[in-house]
Design a binder for this molecule. Structure first.
Ligand code: NAI
Length: 385
C-alpha cells in the first residue's frame, strides 16, 4: 500500500507540540513526512524542514508558499496538520480546505464561533476532512470508556466530572514573562485563557465518552493572579443533551498538579475513573461489586480499545501513541475515500470540525456566564440549536 503524504504548518524546532505530531504521524508507516512550513521565520523553517528530511523544494518558508507549491503537484500532500499558534488556525485551515486538502487542525480550531461555523460549512461543502486534535481522545482506555458507556455497562449516565488543572502559571513573579503573559491578554488570547486552552480538552473528552453534547452551562471564572485580565481558573457546571450533569474544573494555578486531565463518569449501574498521567489503567466499579482495574492491552476489551493499544500489557503507552491513533483514524478515512469503500467504524472516532465549533461555543458561553456571576447560558453553537 502506497504511503500517504503528510505536511505540517508550525511545529518548528523547539515548539511544544511539533514533535508529538511527527511521532504520531510516523508511527504506523501510513504517512510519509513530505512537506512543511514549520516556523514563523521562513529561513529557520526551511532549514529545519530539510534537517528533518524534507526535499529542499518542499521545505517551505510559509504556509501560502506551501499551498501554492503543493496544490499543483501530482504527489501533493494528502493531509496537512496545522500546529501554529491559535490566532492563525482559521485562515490556514480555511486556505487548505478551499484548495481541496484534508486538514488536521490543532485546538482551539478558531478564535470565534462564526469562524468555527465557516470551517464546518466549508468541510461539508468540499467533502474534505477537517479533524481537530483532541488527541487525548486517542488513548485506548478513553476509547474503551466510550465503548462501555455506548454498550450500556453504566446504564443511564447521571454525572460526569472532568478536570484539566495544572500549576504551570501559578508563580505571580512569572506573570510578566512574555511566554506566559500573552495567554491572559484578550488582545492575543481572545475571550478566554485557561478554559480555551485546557478546559476544552476536558469538555471534549466528557462529551466523547458519554456520547452527549453540552446544552447549558454556568461558569465561575477567576483570575487568581490579579494582574491577569483573563481567567486562570474556572469551575463550570453543565447540562448535557442526553440528561447528564457535568462538573468541570480547569486551572493553571494548581501548584503540584502537572498535566491534570482526568475524567470520572457515574451511571446508574457503575462508575469509571481515568487519569491521563496514568493512562494505562482504568478504574471500574460496578454497582454493589468490588473496584476493578482494567489494564490497557488486556484481552477481551472493546474493538475500539484493541485497535488503539500498541504495545503489550504492562508496558507504558503515552501521549504520542494517543496522537498516533488519531493519525491512524485519519489514514483509514483517507484510504477508504481513495478506495471507494466504507471506513472501519472503529476508526471513525477522530474529532471533527463540529467538535471544534462546539468547543468555541462553549468558550464564549463560559466567558459570558463568568462575566455575569454564573448565569446559565446556552452552550451550543447557533447552527446546532
Ligand atoms: P509553540 O509556540 O511552542 O510553537 C509554535 C510553532 O509554530 C513554532 O515553531 C513557530 O515558529 C511556528 N509558527 C508560528 N506561526 C507560524 C506560521 N504563521 N507559519 C508557520 N509556522 C508558524 O506552540 P505550541 O505549544 O506547539 O502550540 C501550537 C498549537 O498547538 C496551539 O494552537 C496549541 O493550542 C496547540 N497545542 C495542542 C495540544 C494538544 O494536546 N492538542 C498541546 C499543546 C499545544
Amino acid at each position: 500500500m502506497a504511503k500517504l503524504k503528510w505536511g505540517m504548518i508550525g511545529g518548528g524546532e523547539g515548539s511544544q507540540i511539533g514533535p508529538a505530531h511527527r511521532l504520531g504521524a510516523g508511527l504506523d508507516g501510513a504517512f510519509e513526512f513530505s512537506a512543511g512550513a514549520l516556523d514563523h521565520r521562513p529561513e529557520a523553517g526551511r532549514e529545519y524542514g530539510q534537517r528533518l528530511g524534507l526535499a529542499a523544494d518542499r521545505a517551505y518558508g510559509d504556509w501560502r508558499e506551501m499551498l501554492e507549491g503543493e496544490r499543483g503537484r501530482e504527489d501533493r500532500v494528502d493531509l496537512v496538520t496545522v500546529a501554529t499558534p491559535n490566532a492563525t488556525h482559521f485562515e490556514i485551515t480555511k486556505g487548505f480546505l478551499e484548495a481541496g486538502f484534508h486538514v488536521l487542525c490543532e485546538k482551539p480550531m478558531t478564535m470565534t464561533v462564526e469562524q468555527g461555523e465557516e470551517i464546518v460549512n466549508l468541510a461539508r461543502e468540499t467533502g474534505k476532512i477537517c479533524a481537530v486534535n483532541y488527541g487525548y481522545s486517542g488513548y485506548s482506555l478513553v476509547r474503551h470508556m466510550r465503548a462501555m458507556v455506548a454498550r450500556g455497562d453504566l446504564g443511564q449516565i447521571r454525572l460526569v466530572k472532568a478536570e484539566f488543572a495544572h500549576g504551570h502559571h501559578a508563580d505571580a513573579a512569572d506573570a510578566d514573562n512574555p511566554r506566559v503573559r500573552w495567554r491572559y491578554d484578550p488582545a492575543q488570547a481572545g475571550v478566554s485563557a485557561q478554559f480555551a486552552d485546557c478546559g476544552i480538552h476536558a469538555l471534549h473528552m466528557a462529551s466523547f465518552v458519554i456520547g452527549q453534547e453540552a446544552r447549558m452551562l454556568s461558569a465561575d471564572t477567576v483570575s487568581c493572579i490579579a494582574s491577569r485580565t483573563l481567567e486562570d481558573d474556572a469551575m463550570v457546571n453543565l447540562r448535557f443533551d442526553g440528561g447528564a450533569v457535568g462538573r468541570l474544573w480547569t486551572s493553571s494555578i494548581a501548584i503540584g498538579r502537572q498535566h491534570g486531565l482526568t475524567l470520572q463518569v457515574f451511571g446508574e449501574k457503575g462508575g469509571l475513573r481515568w487519569a491521563q498521567e496514568q493512562p494505562n489503567q482504568l478504574y471500574w466499579m460496578p454497582l454493589g461489586e468490588r473496584l476493578q482495574v482494567i489494564e490497557r492491552g488486556e484481552a477481551n476489551l472493546s474493538p475500539e480499545a484493541d485497535r488503539t493499544s500498541r504495545v503489550t500489557i504492562g508496558h507504558a503507552e503515552g501521549m504520542p501513541l494517543a496522537f498516533a491513533n488519531i493519525y491512524a483514524d485519519l489514514a483509514e478515512a483517507i484510504r477508504a475515500e481513495k478506495e471507494g469503500r466504507r471506513m472501519d467504524p472503529a476508526a471513525n472516532l477522530y474529532p471533527r470540525a463540529e467538535d471544534g465549533l462546539r468547543s468555541m461555543a462553549a468558550v464564549f458561553a463560559v466567558a459570558q456566564s463568568g462575566h455575569a456571576e454564573g448565569v446559565w447560558v446556552d452552550a451550543r453553537p447557533p447552527m446546532f440549536r
